[in-house]
Design a protein around this ligand. Structure first.
Ligand SMILES: [Zn+2]
Length: 306
């Protein structure tokens, strides 16, 4: 089931924060969307990406879906626990997270409206945030917010295939705060594989089985593949998979999507996201891992390489 050749990419330079990041922040997540899009351009690959940049950013109120008004206010106004995300605060950081979180939501929404097009939100810095605080370089729970909004607006449910090297606690930590998240993202649909190399890949395969069943039973309507680069063995913070097995996860995912789409008789809505990746020696390795994963996922568009 071949999709459109271009990847619908929700990118606006406003989703990038440069202030204090390169010299004062361990995490480069706030600048990663820019660095990745520059890498795509410098490698002559931009024609494979259809850029959507005119999406509306979240307002402060949108974040209340998954966070207390106090925490959201703290982040916006540099008060209280505004620094719990571990990233240097700036006006531009707040502006950029309004865009990254909205980019993710709009990418998924596009995948639902146009399932024949692979979608991409070049974003990270979300999956450790909790209702009352940021955590682990993450400010707001972008996945929880997007899934709750889509559940409320379109009555659709999703699965998050979180292959970051670290467990994506945001969704689990938000369930008691926003109980309808149990429907928006069913309990077995926050997929975080564990193990090393072949065991990790096999664990991913196993965890896709209940997701497939839910899709075929019309209980899940979209998937997001967040192939974090910090699950690569050489990452400063990660280390589950060598390059072969890390890329094999993208192949497992695309084969699975093709099979499920065949069974559905229509393309399964798919969105790609970035999530983690940390290399002090050469950050381009992180960017190239993300690009290699996207290249594998382009198999869904009928291409085996860029
Ligand atoms: Zn991580």
């Amino acid at each position: 089931m071949i999709r459109k050749p271009t990847i619908a990419t929700f990118y606006n330079k406003k989703q990038v924060c440069f202030d204090l990041i390169m010299d004062q922040s361990y995490s480069k997540s706030p600048i990663k969307p820019y660095l990745l899009m520059e890498r795509i351009q410098s490698r002559g690959l931009l024609q494979h990406f259809e850029i959507f940049s005119d999406f509306v950013p979240y307002e402060q109120d949108d974040f209340h879906a998954a966070h207390t008004e106090e925490y959201v206010s703290n982040v916006f106004n540099q008060t209280g626990n505004y620094n719990s995300n571990g990233i240097p605060w700036s006006v531009n950081l707040v502006e950029s997270v309004r865009y990254t979180n909205s980019a993710l939501y709009h990418a998924i929404k596009h995948s639902l409206a146009y399932p024949e097009q692979l979608c991409f939100a070049p974003v990270s810095g979300m999956h450790h945030a909790t209702p009352r605080a940021g955590q682990g370089f993450c400010t707001f729970s972008g996945q929880a917010i997007a899934s709750l909004k889509l559940f409320d607006e379109l009555a659709v449910c999703g699965a998050w295939l979180d292959l970051d090297g670290h467990f994506g606690n945001s969704i689990e930590d938000t369930r008691s705060f926003a109980p309808r998240l149990d429907q928006a993202v069913p309990l077995d649909c926050n997929v975080n594989p564990f193990g090393m190399n072949a065991d990790y890949v096999q664990n991913f395969r196993e965890k896709l089985k209940p997701v497939r069943n839910r899709i075929l039973n019309n209980q899940v309507h979209y998937v997001v593949f967040a192939h974090g680069a910090d699950s690569h063995v050489d990452d400063d913070l990660g280390g589950q998979c060598d390059t072969e097995h890390w890329l094999q996860c993208a192949d497992v995912f695309t084969h699975w999507v093709e099979e499920v789409s065949q069974e559905l008789g229509k393309p399964l809505p798919v969105t790609l996201a970035l999530f983690g990746g940390y290399r002090r020696d050469d950050y381009n390795i992180v960017l190239d891992l993300h690009l290699s994963s996207i290249e594998r996922c382009r198999r869904l568009c009928g291409y085996s390489s860029f």
